[in-house]
Ligand binder design. Structure first.
Ligand code: DOR
Ligand code: ZN
Length: 343
């Protein structure tokens, strides 16, 4: 039996939700990961250090006995975020980053930033305080093709942003295109990116295989195969600028399987298995540990975990559904076999 032993990984981009939904999904992430950067896009969002402290307490209270997990909190940037809040965030020690959502880009982004230039005062404070900016890097203009929104964001907003704030630490989240990989490679060492399992495993064809497949719909949307291949190359290259962030984003089945379905893939249940399969596919399992467990903490200036986890080469079937409030939750690639198992 082939086994893979790795330093326990962390998830550098995760949606945990709140209340009963939080209780349903948290044990999955805590089983595989020691820590996670927790997204602030609740409704209403986590906008202040006080919001983040209360949410962190709710996460820790939802953790089942016997599990350990460290939530690394983020603030949701709005047009009204103040420099004082950034300074307080840095001082808090538990707020690790600030998340930028363009208004209207995705789930619960209505409070997001209407014009990135409006935040320059905040970015200056973040640069000074050395607190990372996490970007949902897509433009929202309805006239821009949905498959081009990341590329246009990089050209129109990101390149100017990093030239205005060259020392700002930036994570371009859930990258999906060759243009994003090229940008990160050509940028300074303070610019990094996270990559999801779905963008490593699937091209946009998965959205339409035999009919419309809402459980493969996430934002940024899956792209052409040529982009997937570039992402896979980046993730397995051993370059510390690219690290793991699942963007696991639970939505109840009935909110995805409807005429206007929500964006988000659920991968917290089997994240490491999915990444292992992607890395194995290009014969790069030896690069998985650093991608999953080293480069993230290095970027965030946190200690690497010391505990180990094991993945076994064993085929099992991903469940059709896991329990979730209101309706079940359908994991990524539900009902299909996967050849690695987290034990
Ligand atoms: O697919 C997505 N789902 N993309 C996001 O940016 C947000 C996320 C969510 O919160 O459901
Ligand atoms: Zn996300």
């Amino acid at each position: 039996m082939q086994k893979l032993t790795l330093t326990r990984p962390d998830d550098w981009h995760l949606h945990l939700r709140d209340g009963e939904a939080l209780k349903a999904v948290l044990p999955h992430s805590a089983r595989q990961f020691a820590r996670a950067i927790v997204m602030p896009n609740l409704n209403p969002p986590i906008r202040t250090v006080a919001d983040a402290a209360a949410y962190r307490d709710r996460i820790l209270a939802a953790l089942p006995a016997g599990q350990t997990f460290e939530p690394l909190m983020t603030l949701y940037l709005t047009d009204n975020t103040t420099p004082e809040e950034i300074i307080a965030a840095k001082a808090s020690k538990f707020v690790k980053a600030v998340k930028y959502y363009p208004a209207g880009a995705t789930t619960n982004s209505d409070f997001g930033v209407t014009d990135i230039r409006k935040c320059d005062r905040i970015f200056a404070t973040m640069e000074q305080e050395d607190i990372p900016l996490l970007l949902h890097g897509e433009v929202t203009n309805i006239e821009v093709d949905v498959f081009d929104r990341e590329k246009v964001f990089i050209e129109k907003h990101l390149i100017p942003l990093v030239s205005r704030f060259p020392k700002l630490r930036v994570v371009l989240e859930h990258i999906t295109t060759s243009e994003a990989v090229e940008f990160v490679l050509s940028a300074n060492h303070n610019i990094a990116a996270t990559i999801t399992p779905q963008h490593l495993l699937f091209s946009r064809n998965a959205l339409f295989k035999g009919g419309i497949r809402p459980h493969y719909y996430c934002l940024p949307i899956l792209k052409r195969e040529k982009h997937r291949l570039v992402l896979l190359q980046a993730a397995t290259s051993g370059n510390p600028k690219f690290f793991l962030g699942t963007d696991s984003a639970p939505h109840a089945r009935n909110t995805k399987e409807r005429s206007c379905g929500c964006a988000g893939c659920y991968s917290a249940l089997h994240a490491m298995e999915l990444y292992a399969e992607a890395f194995e596919g290009v014969d790069a399992l030896d690069k998985l540990e650093a991608f999953a467990s080293f480069y993230g903490p290095d970027f965030y200036q946190l200690p690497r975990n010391t505990e180990k986890i094991t993945l076994e080469k064993k085929t099992w079937c991903i469940p059709n559904e896991v329990p979730f409030p209101d309706a079940g939750l359908v994991p990524l690639r539900a009902g299909e076999e996967i050849s690695w198992q987290f034990i």
